[in-house]
Design a protein around this ligand. Structure first.
Ligand code: CAA
Length: 240
């Protein structure tokens, strides 16, 4: 049976690799994006994966977007809450706006994405919820009080959803990527990035596909007894 999968932030970075991996696994994939029309159009052209634009931080927009996807493509079986941003600053310099933007997108965005899909999963007695957390939610990170709070929050979300969904055939799991070669990590100042890589026993950044493979496995029918778990893929940087 071809499952329908929605990947937020699914046209760039780790999200794009996840969209492609799920497509390769036989899913019908839909990717959302927030602003980069050009990247989304290019992604659709290259992969045939439909993209939809909305702000995951806004509940009404998310709900309307999900209703549109379900009307046009079909009921969503697999949801990957991947959309995320950074607004890094040492705590003494972090502004309330930097705090709020990251909370809205990375944490409330997970609620806004999963909540409208959840009742349908319960009715159909099947669902896969995968939230992309981070090594920095497990260990904390200098200049990321906001981001680390959201990524630690993701783990609480999936552990709670797992308990609520288990009897309805729904699993909820988190994947915690380490530092992956994406635009987000490349935006870190080079010297800081070099020192981070020096602290990764693997001696390198991860590849987006190395995260996508974890997600594809959790999304598969075979992973039905894995529920409330966290898969870390970080090159031995941290054992969470
Ligand atoms: N540990 C300890 N000290 C650190 C540090 C660290 N990781 N990073 C920076 N510092 C120190 C600097 O050495 C500097 O110290 P001095 O003042 O003694 O020289 C001080 O902190 C920086 O102070 P600044 O006032 O210069 O800081 P700034 O306002 O310019 O901010 C920064 C710079 C935003 C912190 C920048 O260094 C940065 O972006 N750091 C990277 C943060 C990071 O790792 N983000 C992860 C992004 S990738 C991601 O989030 C994906 C994922 O899930 C893994």
């Amino acid at each position: 049976m071809s499952r329908i999968a929605l990947v937020t932030g699914g046209s760039r970075g780790i999200g794009a690799a996840i969209s492609k991996a799920l497509q390769e696994q036989g899913c019908t994939v839909v990717a959302t994006y927030a602003g980069n029309d050009e990247a989304a159009a290019k992604f659709t052209e290259e992969t045939g994966i439909k993209t939809y634009k909305w702000n995951v931080g806004d509940y009404a927009e998310s709900k309307a977007g999900i209703e549109k996807v379900e009307a046009e493509v079909g009921p969503i079986d697999i949801v990957v809450a991947n959309a995320g941003i950074t607004r890094d600053a040492p705590f003494h310099k972090m502004t309330p706006e930097q705090w709020q933007q990251v909370i809205d997108t990375n944490l409330t965005g997970v609620f806004n994405t999963v909540h409208p899909i959840w009742p349908g999963m319960r009715e159909r007695k099947f669902g896969r919820v995968i939230v992309i957390s981070s090594v920095n939610g497990q260990k904390g990170q200098f200049a990321q009080v906001n981001y680390a709070a959201t990524k630690a929050g993701d783990i609480g979300i999936v552990r709670s959803l797992a308990q609520e969904g288990a009897r309805a055939g729904i699993t909820a799991n988190a994947v915690c990527p380490g530092y992956i070669a994406t635009e987000m990590v490349m935006a870190v100042p080079e010297k800081v990035r070099e020192s981070i890589i020096a602290g990764i026993p693997a001696g390198r950044l991860g590849e987006p596909e190395e995260i996508a493979r974890c997600v594809a496995f959790l999304a598969s029918d075979d992973a039905g007894f894995i529920n409330g778990s966290t898969i870390s893929a970080n090159g031995a940087q941290f054992f969470g």
